[in-house]
Design a protein around this ligand. Structure first.
Ligand code: NAD
Length: 476
């Protein structure tokens, strides 16, 4: 590690924010209003487990309420602390603005190692934490809507939703108090895969941007590109799976908490995932080289590096040795401000977290809308769409018959055209559209302004501009 002191995650976010506002023309008061975290609630609560009371510490930070509800995940991890939660809440503000999800920014966390507790214990702890937040309106369909993050998933979101419903028995919109729920508890198709899917859509859009590709020194298509992923959890797994299965990427490295797997011919993502689920890590996986010092694999040769686990993993200590010309930040804050500077000077292109992992909040937004409208997307129009397409097909077929059947439609086309979109297809389409538009808004700033050298700066400029406009519209 370098002897130079690294800024903390919180300081990194502030530094990047400061770099951006220095290039904008905002009144200083408004600048400060946007920068500060509005409020952070710290709770310590006891849960009786294994015959004794254990005390837990949790947080919910609200960074900006220029739009409400505020939105942001709840993280279960030992490293959770106030600074981290506040930095993540700030990122949520900018992320929502960038992808035009109409929310302010928030984030929550509980200091816990979920691996130390069984399911029943986790339920008791999660419900108790949720109770503390719900009674202060820090979980509420119109004020504060959490979602999954590191260490939490559908299961925890279902407990939170149920806890809210128990405490608000007549609230018709109770299910909208949290997103990332399982389908049978008011969730939406495609939420689990959403963040990883968003990473895939982001990369596809990047590969359509010839100027961006040139800056990264990349050519061609995603097909055949070598990808190293750190963290095969929800985000990393889905990103790696879709990129391998649908875009022909070669997943050459997978870094997990217990080391890394490397195989230049490509790793079987499904097999590695199954191994992790069964054995708790990647150690012992056949068909690959295992390195105990996992982080070293970040420095291996590849075209695309996807840190999808923790913050601060690329820093002053290793940034200079990173070979990938393109890094997409699937995790929040994986590159420190120091690391970012080193990489920028080297010409590495970084697709920033604020944009890269926004797929999760985008589909959370769709889920929230679904909960408030109490109807599944596509339910009203799917069959109507199918009948209209059938009309066209019938007309074309009778036309063809009247011309002596000189031409016909391929059965594949006919089947595809006749199928109306279900919820999953609509969600993916909405996500794809969001990721493309947000990328284009950043790329326009990146390519058009000489003083903007990277996508992160462009993302901050677009996002802060939108938050500022929203505050101004409120008369601030
Ligand atoms: P997760 O808990 O499902 O997965 C994290 C993975 O990282 C796990 O497989 C874990 O074993 C692995 N890991 C832990 N320590 C590691 C280490 N030192 N080296 C390598 N791997 C390690 O979490 P997730 O939901 O996939 O979130 C990952 C990141 O993505 C976080 O930064 C989170 O804030 C961000 N994110 C998640 C979502 C979402 O929808 N889940 C949305 C936006 C951003």
């Amino acid at each position: 590690m370098s002897a130079v002191k690294e800024p903390s995650f919180r300081e990194s976010v502030d530094l990047m924010f400061n770099r951006a506002v220095a290039m904008m023309d905002l009144p200083p008061g408004l600048e400060e209003k946007i920068r500060v975290c509005n409020a952070t609630y710290t709770v310590r609560f006891g849960v009786r487990l294994r015959g004794q009371i254990q005390t837990f510490t949790g947080y919910r930070a609200v960074h900006s309420e220029h739009m409400e509800p505020v939105k942001g995940g709840i993280r279960f991890a030992m490293g959770v602390n106030q600074d981290e939660v506040e930095a993540l809440a700030a990122l949520m503000t900018y992320k929502c603005a960038l992808v035009e999800a109409p929310f302010g920014g928030s984030k929550g966390g509980l200091r816990i190692d979920p691996r130390q507790y069984d399911e029943h214990e986790m339920e008791l702890i999660t419900r108790r934490f949720a109770y503390e937040l719900i009674k202060r309106d820090l979980i509420h369909p119109s004020q504060n809507v959490p979602a999954p993050d590191m260490g939490t998933g559908e299961r925890e979101m279902a407990w939170i939703a149920d806890q809210y419903a128990r405490m608000n028995t007549t609230e018709i919109n109770a299910k909208a108090c949290v997103t990332g729920k399982p389908l049978n508890a008011g969730g939406i198709s495609g939420r689990v895969e959403a963040t990883g899917r968003g990473v895939q859509y982001a990369l596809r859009e990047f590969f359509r941007d010839s100027e961006g590709m040139k800056k990264a020194g990349l050519t061609g298509k995603l097909d055949g590109k070598r990808v190293i992923v750190q963290g095969l959890g929800n985000v990393g797994y889905h990103a790696a799976k879709f990129l391998a299965e649908e875009d022909g990427c070669v997943i050459s490295g997978i870094i997990e908490h217990d080391g890394a797997l490397f195989n230049n011919d490509g790793l079987d993502v499904e097999a590695v995932r199954a191994w992790i689920v069964k054995h708790g890590g990647v150690s012992g996986f056949p068909d690959a080289t295992h390195t105990a010092e996992g982080a070293a694999v970040l420095e291996e040769d590849c075209e695309i590096l996807i840190p999808a686990a923790l913050e601060g993993v690329i820093n002053l200590g290793n940034a200079a040795r990173i070979k990938a010309p393109l890094i997409i930040e699937a995790a929040n804050g994986p590159i420190t401000a120091g690391g970012d500077e080193v990489l920028r000077k080297k010409g590495t292109v970084i697709i920033p977290d604020m944009y890269a992992n926004a797929g999760g909040v985008t589909v959370s937004y769709f889920e929230w809308v679904k909960n408030l409208s109490h109807i599944r997307f596509g339910r009203m129009q799917r069959r109507q769409e199918e009948s209209r397409h059938e009309l066209v097909i019938n007309e074309l077929e009778s036309l063809s018959a009247s011309m002596g059947d000189k031409w016909s439609m391929s059965p594949d086309f006919k089947a595809k055209y006749l199928r109306g979109a279900d919820e999953l297809e609509l969600v993916r389409s909405g996500l794809d559209d969001t990721m493309r538009i947000a990328y284009q808004s950043m790329a326009a700033v990146w390519h058009e302004r000489d003083d903007v050298e990277d996508l992160r700066m462009a993302a901050y400029l677009v996002a802060i501009g939108k938050v500022a406009a929203s505050y101004r519209a409120k008369g601030l």
